[in-house]
Design a binder for this molecule. Structure first.
Ligand code: SAH
Length: 343
């Protein structure tokens, strides 16, 4: 049995002839399912009885289920999503002025072991399939529809997991949510955040989709980055930066650097200077992230003054920065707090 949501449009077009169906069935199916919300083959009136039976014997529409829901004061919604094998991830809905943003998880657990992040407290159990990522968006859309709100307009792959450690499924997921016969979310509204795997950053330039790239930088020198992000020992900053420059050259798009400010660790003016020097000459944009404290990990958030001074310095060096707006702190739904907690 195949899960419908695992198919990209192109994959379904290939699959149909392999089961003796015409290629154009893919179009019909995508329209019924993603546009008309009909997920019962027997209700698809332009498909013959025998084809309906065949399809029903081969394809299911299983979606993950919502195990728990928490709503924060700022109306951020966090879902604990449960898959068929009983594993769990968290999915977050953020309501920005410009639209409804889904923060999607890409793996159950994470192997990257970043010292400041709650998600890494649990080793990776498995990759999510592309259908399981599509499912997270569909669950949020279902909830939004019930509340009479517009559907998800933006997706960030910034939940639990390292998306480039699950590259193919993540790219297929992006293709499906972007496809004009599916959810039609504009490629520029899709962002993938990575801890920095150079070969995949380069490959991402050629997926045929103008999706955006964010790099979790968090330290401006190898010495500091090695101590915060073990992945840096395998792929040091020079290699990450080389890949980012390649991505920018190939796509003409600016990359976002994410930089968490950790008190007395990476938030001094010297760090800001190193950071400016590191990224000078890229089209870069820096997203400064006030640290969300995770009890077990011991790091502290930088003071607002420190954050402002850091930001002002980058500005003086001509680097555009933004301080990330925080959502859902009170329900542990903010960056780095996702860990598939039951309560
Ligand atoms: N593995 C990917 C996707 C996770 S994105 C990546 O590393 O980019 C989640 C973002 O939140 C990353 O930039 C991550 O470094 C950051 N983050 C992790 N822990 C955090 C915390 N406690 N407070 C604020 N941001 C955090």
């Amino acid at each position: 049995m195949r899960n419908f949501y695992d198919f990209t449009f192109e994959q379904l077009e290939e699959f149909m002839p392999s089961i003796g169906e015409k290629k154009y069935r893919a179009q019909q199916l995508f329209t019924w399912i993603y546009k008309k919300n009909v997920t019962d083959f027997y209700k698809m009136s332009d498909i013959s009885k025998s084809s309906q039976e065949k399809l029903a014997s081969l394809i299911n529409f299983k979606l993950p289920i919502v195990a728990t829901k928490s709503l924060s004061e700022d109306k951020t919604l966090k879902l604990l999503v449960e898959f068929e094998d009983k594993s769990h991830v968290e999915t977050v809905l953020m309501r920005y002025r410009y639209g409804n943003v889904a923060c999607v998880s890409s793996q159950v657990g994470c192997n990257m072991g970043c010292k400041f992040c709650a998600s890494g407290l649990f080793k990776k159990k498995r990759d999510l399939t592309s259908g399981e990522m599509v499912g997270q968006v569909l669950l949020l859309n279902e909830i939004l529809a019930k509340e009479g709100e517009p559907p998800i307009s933006h997706v960030v792959v910034m939940g639990t997991g390292e998306p480039f450690d699950n590259f193919t499924n993540v790219v297929n997921f992006l293709k499906t949510v972007n496809h004009h016969r599916a959810l039609e979310i504009g490629a520029r509204h899709l962002t993938v955040s990575t801890c920095g795997i150079p070969s995949k950053i380069k490959e991402f330039a050629h997926i045929g989709l103008q999706a955006k790239l964010a790099i979790s930088l968090h330290a401006p020198t190898n010495l500091k980055r090695n101590s915060l992000m073990p992945i840096n020992r395998a792929y040091p900053l020079e290699e990450v930066m080389e890949a980012v420059r390649y991505f920018e050259k190939e796509t003409n798009k600016r990359t976002t650097f994410e930089y968490i400010l950790l008190k007395d660790v990476n938030d001094s003016l010297g760090d800001a200077e190193d950071l400016a020097t590191l990224i000078e000459g890229t089209l870069a944009f820096v997203n400064l992230i006030p640290y969300n404290e995770v009890e077990e990990l011991g790091f502290k958030r930088s003071s607002d003054d420190r954050i402002k001074a850091f930001k002002d310095y980058l500005f003086k060096r001509g680097i555009y920065t933004n301080t990330r707006k925080e959502f859902g702190l009170d329900i542990d739904a903010a960056c780095g707090q996702l860990r598939a907690k039951k309560k």
